[in-house]
Design a protein around this ligand. Structure first.
Ligand code: ADP
Length: 623
């Protein structure tokens, strides 16, 4: 017998599960049954594809039995793939899923809040310790001779010992604790299976002692019976008319580990040149690993109801990685290997049809059910934006689906709504990018737009900076960043007038001389109303934010971006500069005009000490 320590994360998770999920402890049965079903799926696939496994006797089934009398145990057995010693150590002693550490770090210690989070994380096998003070796993891997017994009280370590088991597969036995005793009951188990696992595609049998009574109602005998307790038909293959929302919800929970209902589902059957069924769910909340590079894909592939894989990131484009569900094809060969899937024509047709279907459905909801759509974008706006640059074929629909904040409306707006609100002579859709909404809303760059009543989209999502420049146009209207040198089109008319009555070319010359090659240019600004100056970037340069992001991503050879300094011709300071000849004073003011504009844009200034000195010199003059 060998003793092993649980990985620290497992111990943490166990502690958490027990303290935050105790009011939902019944879900352990769903988790164990769904593991059994996965194990059957995996073996079924092997019996169809693996030369050796083809000869294996495979009778897929899940059996549940319990001892309600003295020992109070509950066992769930499957005839699935089973585990060897190494599997046991790797799967029932560690958490392989990426992002576990950061997930655990997010927990607050407040049981109520944490139970929501943990619901999305998917607690799996470890939830059995909510109902048991000891768990045994007796298992034999298909194709191997040795069986193993894994035992633990869930308190930090587990044992693994050699054991005997006639058939391949796994039996999980729970030694129920005081709170778990209620589960040693035929009625309780049956209702839980109906609630959570009815649509598991394999038969689930429950064995119990059936009592028989005589005419007078006295107990005569008790006979052991075994009954199938689930419908065992793949839910997605059943006609929609037969299925209720609750059926979809429960199925969603078994495949997603989410404890919440889905936001909505999309169930499609395609017939004709290609035959397949898809069932997709949009979760209410973003999966915890949505932004991990090695996220776990949520769509499972079946061929004629045989599970093929749940680990293929190519089944759906990565920007739709938040979807959960099933693709079941009638046209793929059953023994299709996972490697071949990548280049498979049938699959890529299903994929592109599914993406169209899903996006089309999103569009319908956006039009017909605003509240639901708001719930969707508040969680998944960002992945949808990723689609703008990764899925060119669907860009037009995606442009209808993404949402932005705006200077005009509360909450989110679509580009279409913006377009409808555009002023009669407005030439472009304007936006400002940055990482802080409040800062953006008070940016001097917006002043002239606000004054002219032109709406500007507030893009404070990191991804906007990357995605939006690649989107030239919405329909036939150009998108323009207000911090770019060419965004002044609609302000152009003013320019002529301004240049006419206020000639500040002298001031500009003076400032240029002082700042030299610290700036790309110094210009009269059209976009300022109250601030004396602002910086913009040349339309051919990356923005400051973008440059910072590229640097953070490891790009070394970044040419220095020089700002264009714009000067407000109507500002008092600028006016005063006209007749000023004190060179050192002009120098200080010129630098301060640049530095304050940089600060407002959130760009670091090179020499803060010099900046403070200048500021103090000017303050002395003022007091
Ligand atoms: P998850 O199911 O989310 O992966 P679990 O903690 O429930 O997480 O299970 C961990 C792993 O243990 C599974 O991925 C699987 O590899 C293995 N496992 C659990 N139960 C069984 C079983 N009945 N048969 C075979 N393997 C199992």
């Amino acid at each position: 017998m060998a003793k092993h320590q649980f990985q620290t994360e497992v111990t943490q998770l166990l502690h958490l599960i027990i303290h935050s999920l105790y009011s939902h402890k019944e879900i352990f049965l769903r988790e164990i049954v769904s593991n059994a079903s996965d194990a059957l799926d995996k073996l079924k696939y092997l019996t169809l594809t693996d030369e050796v496994m083809k000869n294996l006797k495979f009778d897929p089934r899940i059996s549940i039995s319990f001892d309600g009398k003295d020992s109070k145990t509950l066992s769930v057995s499957d005839t699935g793939i089973g585990m060897n010693e190494e599997d046991l150590v790797n799967h029932l002693g560690t958490i392989a899923r990426s992002g576990t550490k950061s997930f655990l770090g997010k927990l607050s210690g407040d049981a109520k809040k944490d139970s929501n989070l943990i619901g999305q994380f998917g607690v799996g096998f470890y939830s059995s310790f909510m109902a048991a003070d000891k768990v045994e796993v007796l298992t034999r891997k298909a194709g191997e001779d040795t069986a193993w017994l894994w035992t633990s009280d869930g308190k930090g370590d587990f044992d693994i010992a050699k054991a005997e088991k006639a058939e391949h597969g796994t039996t999980v036995t729970l030694f129920l604790n005081d709170e778990g005793k209620e589960f040693a009951s035929q009625w309780r188990i049956e209702s839980l299976i109906k609630k959570y696992s009815n649509h598991i595609a394999f038969p689930i049998f429950l064995s119990y002692e059936k009592k028989e009574y005589d005419d007078k109602g006295k107990e005569k005998a008790s006979v052991p019976v075994t009954e199938q307790v689930n419908t065992a038909s793949a839910l997605w293959k059943r006609p929609k008319s037969e299925l209720k929302d609750e059926d979809y919800s429960e199925f969603y929970k078994t495949i997603s580990h989410d404890s919440d209902d889905p936001l909505f589902y999309i169930h499609t059957r395609a017939e004709g040149t290609m035959e397949y069924t898809t069932l997709f769910f949009v979760p209410k909340h973003a999966p915890f690993d949505l932004y991990n590079v090695d996220y776990k894909p949520g769509v499972k592939l079946y061929v004629k109801r045989v599970f093929i894989t749940d680990d293929d990131k190519e089944l759906m484009p990565s920007y739709l990685r938040f979807l959960r569900g099933v693709i079941d094809s009638e046209d793929l060969p059953l023994n299709v290997s996972r490697e071949i899937l990548q280049q498979n024509q049938v699959l890529s047709s299903i994929r592109s049809a599914s993406v169209k279907k899903v996006l089309g459905e999103f569009q319908r909801i956006a039009l017909e059910d605003k509240e639901k759509y708001t719930a969707l974008v508040s969680e998944f706006n960002r992945p949808l934006k990723e689609g703008l640059y990764s899925d060119y074929a669907n860009r037009d629909v995606l442009l209808e689906l993404v949402r932005f904040k705006s200077t005009r409306v509360e909450g989110y707006t679509s580009l279409e709504e913006y377009k409808q609100r555009m002023l009669a002579d407005q030439k472009a859709i304007y936006f400002i990018t940055g990482d802080n909404e409040a800062k953006l809303r008070s940016s001097p760059l917006l002043e002239a737009y606000t004054k002219k009543d032109i709406e500007v989209l507030i893009m404070d999502d990191e991804i906007d900076e990357i995605v939006i420049p690649s989107v030239d146009k919405y329909k036939d209207v150009e998108l323009k960043g207000v911090n770019r040198s060419d965004a002044g089109e609609d302000l152009e008319k003013d320019k002529k007038e301004k240049e006419k009555d206020k000639d500040i070319s002298g001031v500009i010359k003076k400032i240029k001389k002082v700042l030299g090659d610290r700036v790309k240019d110094v210009k009269v600004s059209l976009r300022l109303a109250e601030s004396p100056s602002c910086i913009v970037t040349d339309q051919s340069d990356p923005t400051f934010k973008m440059a910072a992001m590229l640097k953070a991503m490891g790009q070394k050879e970044m040419p220095e971006i020089k700002p264009i300094l714009e000067i407000n011709p109507d500002h008092q300071i600028v006016d005063k500069l006209k007749n000023m000849n004190d060179e050192s004073f002009i120098e200080d003011i010129s630098f301060l005009l640049l530095e304050q504009a940089l600060l407002v844009e959130g760009v670091e200034i090179k020499d803060p000490a010099a900046f403070v000195k200048r500021l103090n010199r000017i303050m002395i003059k003022a007091v």
